[in-house]
Design a protein around this ligand. Structure first.
Ligand code: NAD
Ligand code: TYD
Length: 355
């Protein structure tokens, strides 16, 4: 590893979907040999049970702090207690539909929270090695039927979520330019895979289909997303953290574009072929229901990954076929995790483990 070798890495949002997969990847597969401090507020989307097996195996290398990143004194204590010298920043309010209904918390967490972390990193001085900011391709707005987002695409966010992430990206970049803080930023396309909260398209459709509920497709289902298996995203982030150039942004995408209606159909087929369709349903596709479109719904996202591919050698390993099959099977096998995150039952587990 380079001169960026981090000893005490603060991972924010490590109990969420991508953050928990990242901690899993770091501890089980990567070259990282330091310690992880997982800071998470445990909103509805955060579940420490997603890491319970990892904590049992690698608990001596991973601490957990239940903390809101909007709590600056709390963050300052964590930076000092653990001599934090690196940050991988995942914590965010992440769901577009929620940002339309209640944008305020997106401003607090995604903008103020990111600012607080940058302040702590800046004050950590010369021993601080790297602040990696995990962001989204949604900052670029929407594409038409052709073209790709590159790192030079102008920002044009359309939802409160995308706007809050865009603001946080600008703060990170400004801290590099103004204070020389070593930062990297990644802007990634839609992720899917194990431990995704069942509000996002893929897990929502899997669970609704298994339960014989309607599969709500917004508009006519022709919107396109570029799907990336979460482990590939985690490898991309770690590759940037190890070998990326400070101050630089890297786009990460799956190279797997698909219309929403087509991906919902594929999910239905996997469920039916696995014998998991709901009782009384002859084909899960019959459950597809077209509903009112999302306001400001971006038509298409697609990522040009040339930079991370050519400069750092990263490319996704999983195809949409293999990744989707794995993900749907994961939900079949983890219905207890689903039940507990849906009902908030895991809060009892938190009481027992973290008091
Ligand atoms: P998630 O909603 O599954 O998890 C977010 C985590 O952050 C949760 O554990 C939650 O408890 C925690 N959190 C929220 N507010 C907090 C606060 N104020 N203080 C501390 N912790 C807080 O999100 P995700 O899908 O894992 O996304 C992680 C990051 O990746 C986000 O920054 C998101 O913008 C970005 N991203 C996500 C996708 C995607 O498809 N999911 C794609 C590109 C980028
Ligand atoms: P989502 O998973 O919410 O991710 P994002 O909005 O960040 O891309 O949605 C993915 C796509 O699926 C998006 O075009 C909206 C659409 N969608 C539906 O059609 N129905 C749904 O119930 C959901 C949650 C999303």
């Amino acid at each position: 590893m380079s001169d960026k070798q981090i000893k005490n890495l603060l991972v924010t949002g490590g109990c969420g979907f991508i953050g928990s997969n990242f901690i899993r990847y770091l501890l089980e597969e990567s070259s990282f040999s330091g310690r992880i401090i997982n800071v998470d507020k445990l909103t509805y989307a955060g579940n420490p049970e997603s890491l319970s097996d990892i904590m049992a195996m690698h608990g001596s290398r991973c601490s957990f702090e239940k903390l809101d990143i909007c709590d600056l004194p709390g963050l300052e204590r964590v930076f000092s207690d653990y001599s934090v010298d690196g940050v991988a920043h995942f914590a965010a309010e992440s769901h577009v539909d929620r940002s339309i209904a209640s944008p305020g918390v997106f401003i607090d967490t995604n903008i103020r929270g990111t600012f607080n972390l940058l302040e702590c990193a800046r004050k950590a001085g010369d021993q601080f090695k790297l602040f990696h900011h995990v962001s989204t391709d949604e900052v670029y707005g929407t594409l038409g039927k052709s073209g790709y987002f590159t790192e030079a695409t102008p920002y044009s966010p359309n939802s409160p979520y995308a706007a809050s992430k865009a603001a946080s990206d600008h703060l990170v970049r400004a801290c590099h330019k103004t204070y020389g803080l070593p930062v990297t930023i990644s802007n990634c396309s839609n992720n899917y895979g194990p431990f995704q909260f069942p509000e996002k398209l893929i897990p929502l459709m899997v669970l609704n289909a298994m339960e014989g509920k309607p599969l709500p497709v917004y508009g006519d289902g022709s919107n396109v997303r570029d799907w990336l298996y979460v482990r590939d995203h985690c490898i991309g982030i770690w590759t940037i953290m190890e070998r990326g150039t400070p101050g630089r942004t890297y786009n990460i995408g799956g190279g797997c574009e698909m219309e929403n209606l087509a991906i919902v159909g594929k999910i239905c087929d996997i469920i039916d072929n696995a014998g998991k369709k709901a009782p009384g349903v002859s084909s899960s596709r019959d459950l597809i229901t077209f509903v009112k479109d999302r306001p400001g719904h971006d038509f298409r996202y697609a990522i040009d990954c040339s930079r991370i591919n050519q400069e750092l050698g990263w490319r996704p390993q999983e195809s949409l076929e293999t990744g989707l099959e794995k993900s749907v099977l994961w939900y079949f096998d983890n219905m207890e995790w689903v039940r507990r995150i849906r009902t908030g039952d895991y809060l009892n587990w938190i009481e027992t483990h973290y008091g």
